[in-house]
Design a protein. Structure first.
Length: 105
C-alpha cells in the first residue's frame, strides 16, 4: 500500500512552553479526519519525536474542527532558555510531524 506525507492531507501549527511542545494538526478536508485519527496516533508521534528525547504524547481529538491537538513532553531539550541548540523553540517542529507518512484510504 502506498503512503503520502501528512502535509498533503493536513496543515499544522506549533507552540512551546518550557520543555513541552503543543502541535495542532488540522485536516484540509473534513472527510480526511477519520483517516488522520487512525494514522496519526500518540504512539507514532512519540516515535517520531523520540530522537529529541520526547517522553510522552497526549492527543486531544477535535472532530468538529477536523483537528487534533498533540502535547509532547520533554521534546525541546530544555526549552528556549535551556537548550544549547540554535532553535529551542517548538515552532519549526510542525514540519517534522507533517513529514510523517500516512496511508490514504
Amino acid at each position: 500500500m502506498s503512503t503520502v506525507p501528512l502535509h498533503r492531507l493536513a496543515h499544522a501549527r506549533a507552540g512551546d512552553k518550557g520543555n513541552r511542545l503543543n502541535l495542532s494538526l488540522i485536516a484540509y478536508r473534513a472527510e480526511d479526519w477519520p483517516l488522520l485519527a487512525t494514522e496519526v496516533t500518540e504512539a507514532r508521534v512519540l516515535s517520531l519525536f523520540a530522537h529529541r528525547g520526547a517522553t510522552a504524547v497526549r492527543r486531544y481529538d477535535l472532530p468538529n474542527l477536523g483537528a487534533f491537538n498533540f502535547v509532547i513532553e520533554d521534546v525541546l531539550q530544555g526549552g528556549v532558555n535551556g537548550a544549547l541548540n540554535l532553535d529551542g523553540h517548538g515552532k519549526t517542529l510542525s514540519y517534522l510531524l507533517l513529514g510523517l507518512p500516512v496511508r490514504p484510504g
